[in-house]
Design a binder for this molecule. Structure first.
Ligand SMILES: NC(=O)c1ccc[n+]([C@@H]2O[C@H](COP(=O)([O-])OP(=O)(O)OC[C@H]3O[C@@H](n4cnc5c(N)ncnc54)[C@H](O)[C@@H]3O)[C@@H](O)[C@H]2O)c1
Ligand SMILES: N[C@H](CO)Cc1c[nH]c[nH+]1
Ligand SMILES: [Zn+2]
Length: 434
């Protein structure tokens, strides 16, 4: 079985155009999706629970008549954790522990310093009161995403973590429930899509309004998050998963083919790209792809993803490969090379960097420790992995001594009068010593 995958070289004349075509992706664009989501958000805002129940019945093929049927209690979550088969329970708890240990390192503390005249300046770091985590559940269940969203919030000190997760046809995934118990989620509602995002943003009679909504989701979720931003904070607009593998040609091509499959299997829109300076190695990986694809459960999704959005790129040099990395700013970068540390200083944009032949990206998705909610579609140019810092906010601290107020007052007065803001000037001047 052979499949078509786009292949090109950085030496060919239309290379820049090839890259533009390969990377063209607009996460939230379709006017029809915008209209659908805007109607849903308005409806939830004005009709609350009643609308949430209606949309859940409609989109998740449910048949409920009250919000009580759309909330899971702590006993259900704990029971799911207690009753998991031992192997799964051990794996889940180990992953949770590793994710927690990693995120503990991210915690930011308050700080201050005192100037010579006794004036204190600083920053007070405070966790958010209540956050919403969106756990996707339309096409697949993601217990790992429960951990990745809830644990950093918990580490930050957020008191209330409200989770939403769609359960199409009313099917509960026990691993998702168990992960919610392991991660310390406060409440779980089995709702999803734009209606869940709107409910978290504006609150309904039953779902508490939150301060920030985080977590990945499909285009309806992403569009809704963008729409409610301002009412609440959001983490990022995450698009389909991506992986860029850069290989020196010395890793087993079967390993690399499977690494490409690992993200392609998420979604037809996922993007898997391989870059190598070794053209023969690109051929070898292509042969592995053709050989291994029929063995995959999600072969059709992988095929579509690789055919529509995948690529094998021949780079002319390592420097060339690095330029490609920085142009793509991938969500996941796998550096399958002899000395990945040597590459690091030149890499400027990537959500997560997996270094060396042994570091499969899949380890990061589940249990290495760093977060798997990462900037996609080139947004690693300006944003970072989900982390504890997403759940903390900062307040500036200013406490002037009498001498400090007198000195600063002179400067403030001059600038305030320059802006013709007399009250500002006089407020500062009252505190200037004679
Ligand atoms: N970046 C990450 O960390 C990460 C992790 C896991 C999953 N993901 C991605 O998240 C996405 C999950 O998507 P999903 O669809 O499986 O689950 P989802 O939970 O995001 O979306 C399901 C919801 O979409 C809504 N919906 C579906 N069709 C609709 C329609 N026609 N009109 C209005 N609403 C509609 C429904 O309300 C449904 O509950 C995938 O793209 C996956 O790759 C990303
Ligand atoms: N690769 C996804 C983030 O892009 C996360 C995930 C969850 N489960 C498996 N993978
Ligand atoms: Zn994944």
């Amino acid at each position: 079985m052979t499949i078509e995958i786009r292949r090109f070289s950085s030496a060919q004349p239309d290379y820049a155009q090839q890259m533009d075509t390969l990377l063209a992706w607009e996460a939230v664009s379709d006017a029809q999706v915008q209209k659908t989501v805007s109607d849903i958000v308005f409806d939830i805002r004005t009709r609350g629970d009643a609308a949430l129940i209606e949309y859940t019945n409609k989109f998740d093929r449910m048949n409920v008549s009250s919000m009580a049927q759309l909330e899971l209690n702590q006993e259900q979550l704990q029971k799911a954790l207690d009753e998991l088969p031992a192997e799964r329970r051990t794996a889940l708890l180990l992953a949770a522990e590793r994710v927690r240990a990693y995120h503990e390192k991210q915690k930011q503390d308050s700080w201050d310093y005192t100037e010579a005249d006794g004036t204190l300046l600083g920053q007070k770091v405070t966790p958010m009161d209540r956050v919403g985590i969106y756990v996707p559940g339309g096409k697949a269940a993601y217990p790992s995403s429960v951990l990745m969203n809830a644990i950093p919030a918990h580490v930050a000190g957020v008191q209330e973590i409200i989770m939403v997760v769609p359960t199409p046809d009313g099917e509960l995934n026990q691993l998702v429930l168990a992960a919610a118990a392991a991660a310390g989620v406060s409440r779980v509602f089995t709702v999803g899509g734009a209606q869940a995002v709107a409910a978290l943003a504006y609150g309904t009679e039953t779902v508490p309004g939150v301060d920030k909504i985080v977590g990945p989701g499909n285009i309806y979720v992403a569009t809704a998050k963008r729409m409610v931003f301002g009412q609440v904070g959001i983490d990022m607009i995450a698009g389909p998963s991506e992986i860029l593998v850069v290989c020196d040609g010395k890793t087993d091509p079967d390993w690399i083919a499977m690494d490409l499959f690992s993200q392609a299997e998420h979604d037809e829109d996922a993007q898997s790209i391989l870059v190598s300076t070794d053209a023969d190695f690109l051929d070898a990986v292509k042969a592995s792809i053709d050989k291994l694809l029929p063995t995959m459960e999600r072969a059709e999704i992988i095929r579509t993803s690789l055919t529509e959005r995948g690529a094998l790129i021949h780079a002319q040099s390592d420097a060339d490969a690095i330029a490609i990395i920085n142009r793509i700013a991938p969500e996941h970068l796998e550096l399958s090379v002899e000395d990945p540390q040597a590459w690091l200083p030149a890499i400027r944009h990537a959500g997560a960097i997996f270094m060396g032949r042994y570091t499969a990206e899949a380890l990061g998705d589940y249990c290495a420790g760093p977060n798997h909610v990462l900037p996609t579609s080139g947004t690693a140019r300006f944003s970072s992995p989900l982390g504890v810092y997403d759940f903390q906010k900062r307040s500036s601290l200013i406490m002037c001594s009498a001498d400090g107020a007198s000195e600063l007052g002179k400067t403030a007065s001059v600038l305030a009068r320059g802006e013709f803001l007399t009250a500002h000037a006089r407020s500062a001047e009252y505190r200037i010593k004679d």
